[in-house]
Design a protein around this ligand. Structure first.
Ligand code: PGA
Length: 250
């Protein structure tokens, strides 16, 4: 059976001290009363990973990005190997904010996915359409094309290690969640496209997370869908109780 995953994406929020305190609280709440069928991951800023990693044991840690090169003269970059050396197990890749503000293309993402996999890390690969595309009704082709240009080029063996996060851009940080039906429709389309590109067994074992204004109050309805396997959570991941409410929403 595929994994249920709730991953926090803290983005550019929290000081080191605040981040460690938040991680400690999530670890405590999850250990005490969290649904143990759900894998919980905290996507922290690079500066926090090592310290957060030391404070958690039941909860996993993710970076929010990695360099497109293995090492060398790339000032300011953090490599997949460096992330691996902290003990973190996941890397969020291709978030729409990185595509939009930092010019991430399918080409750079292919390099990042490859380096992440080479280092034994799990990519949480983000995809999703902007409002204009949704309004034009071409979101399905658009999002599947994002996968075709990137992770659908992976071998079966590598693709099996990928977690997908579908995040409609118009729902991110806007308080405007995709309806439960809209989420299910896209997740089903994505799963069907995985089956067409690989096979049904691989499609059935791929976790597809929903992201975009997911909160404790709407997570239950979203997660009740057969093809929604969890969430990638931004704003609501910055409060431990609220985040745990999402973890426990299955
Ligand atoms: P949000 O962000 O939950 O604040 O909408 C989700 C994300 O961008 O990962």
């Amino acid at each position: 059976m595929r994994k249920k995953i709730v991953a926090g994406n803290w983005k550019c929020n929290t000081t080191l001290q605040e981040g460690v305190a938040l991680a400690k609280e999530v670890e405590k709440l999850y250990s005490e009363k969290g649904d143990k069928n759900v894998v919980v991951v905290l996507g922290t800023p690079f500066t926090h990973i090592t310290e957060v990693q030391k404070t958690v044991s039941n909860v996993g840690v993710a970076a929010q990005n990695c360099a497109a090169e293995a090492k060398g003269a790339f000032t300011g970059e953090v490599s997949a190997e460096m992330i691996k050396s902290t003990g973190a197990k996941y890397v969020i890749l291709g978030h729409s904010e990185r595509r939009e503000y930092y010019g991430e293309t399918s080409e750079t993402l292919n390099k990042k996915v490859a380096l992440t996999l080479q280092n034994g890390l799990t990519p949480i690969y983000c995809c999703g359409e902007a409002l204009a595309i949704r309004e034009a009704g071409t979101q399905k082709q658009y999002v599947i094309n994002q996968l075709k240009e990137t992770i659908f080029k992976l071998s079966e063996e590598d693709f099996k290690k990928i977690v997908i996060a579908y995040e409609p851009i118009w729902a991110i940080g806007t308080g405007k969640t995709a309806s439960s039906a809209q989420a299910q429709e896209m997740h089903k389309d994505l799963r069907d496209s995985i089956a067409a590109n690989y096979n049904k067994a691989i499609a059935d074992q791929t976790s597809i997370l929903y992201g975009g204004s997911c909160k404790a109050s709407n997570a239950k309805e979203l997660f009740a869908n057969p093809d929604v396997d969890g969430g990638l959570i931004g704003g609501a991941a910055l409060q431990a109780e609220e985040f745990l409410g999402i973890v426990n929403a299955f």
